[in-house]
Design a protein around this ligand. Sequence first.
Ligand code: HEC
Length: 153
Amino acid sequence: MTRTRTILGLVAALTTTLSLPALADNPAVNARQAQFTLYSFNVGVLAQMAQGQMDYDAEMAQAAADNLYHLTRHDQSRLWPEGTDNESIAGTRALPAIWDDLEGFAGRYSALQDAAAAMQEAAGTDLASLQGALGGLGGTCQACHQEFRGPAE
Ligand code: HEC
């Protein structure tokens, strides 16, 4: 019994020192991933209209762009706690580079906010305006993913 407990204690100590990636059920990680899912949900409808897979509907386009605008105004300060990169925990694609270059990351985020504002101006006007704003918006998603998002697990 004592022996078992000693062994278990040793295993626990080893696991801690080796800092093996643990399965994450981290509320901040869940929240930021949910936020990105909502971005996609709204950008998706705009992209489908832009590509002619769905008829242009000014009201629906405006609603999606409004949603995206407001979603990108969600305060980010609690969504990216240190120690939630993909080398520290499982279940995330956030690269350590985010915390090495917080300013660069914030810059990418503010580019997204600007592009979401431009889309909000354009989406309900007409299809050509929506199409004109989509490239810039998609570019901000892609640029940040390239630099700060790791491969899917
Ligand atoms: C400032 C950087 C940044 C911008 C801008 C950005 N993303 Fe991401 N995105 C990330 C990071 C980092 C992750 C990984 C988050 C994690 O797994 O913890 C991610 C994850 C995602 C995911 C996966 C969510 C999940 O369930 O795991 C989707 C979908 C996504 N982004 C879509 C978008 C779309 C669409 C846009 C543009 C409208 C966008 N992102 C803009 C950094 C960004």
